[in-house]
Design a protein around this ligand. Structure first.
Ligand SMILES: [Zn+2]
Length: 199
């Protein structure tokens, strides 16, 4: 067991709670932070503080934003007639990186996962339905992940949106079933966008 001073072992504990960081990596990171210049280490602490105090969810699409509206929602050049529904802000980033999409987004902040206790009311579905009701969208693109839960979420949403005069499509399956948007490369995502099909 470690016999580090209190502050160090506290840092190791905190770091080892992060996803993908085991005890050994946490120790390595902690000692790294002790070795680098003080201002460098404190810049990390500051970045963590800023991301939690300055970043919030966009009032329209639930993307991460430092202002009330995110850069995408605030950009009048985006195609206001298309809305692409994703699970997480990081999925939005993957789609943006593909450069193949110029419309707006809606971030669900999760997917329906009954086994994990995630029910529709815990996602931003009401806000999505409101947006579609009051907006002028001609197409809603379901870009949830091609997993059982992602597909189930898409299906649930398309039922919720069935009463509106919009076309509902989903990404083409260039993305292998079970793989996750976050890890797909931009060419695959661009193909999936161009080849999208009616849901
Ligand atoms: Zn937004």
């Amino acid at each position: 067991m470690s016999s580090h001073a209190g502050a160090v072992s506290q840092l190791v504990d905190r770091l080892s709670q992060l996803p993908g960081i085991g005890r050994k990596s946490a120790e390595r990171l902690a000692f790294h932070l002790l070795r680098v210049r003080e201002d460098e280490a404190l810049a990390l602490a500051d970045a963590i503080r800023r991301v939690r105090t300055d970043v919030r969810y966009c009032a329209d699409c639930y993307n991460l934003s430092e202002k009330e509206l995110c850069q995408i929602c605030a950009d009048p050049k985006r195609d206001q007639s298309r809305l692409c529904v994703v699970e997480q802000p990081r999925d939005l980033l993957s789609l943006e990186a593909s450069g193949a999409y110029k419309g707006l987004y809606h971030v669900l902040l999760g997917r329906i996962a009954p086994l994990d206790g995630v029910t529709p009311d815990q996602l931003t579905i009401d806000a999505l339905v409101d947006r579609v009701r009051t907006g002028n969208f001609s197409e809603i693109i379901m870009a949830t992940n091609p997993t059982v839960e992602g597909d189930g979420t898409s299906l649930y949403l398309s039922n919720q949106l069935a009463e509106f005069p919009v076309e509902i499509t989903r990404l083409a399956r260039g993305i292998t079933a079970g793989s996750v948007l976050e890890y797909a490369n931009r060419e695959i995502i661009a193909d999936a966008l161009t080849g999208r099909q009616k849901l």
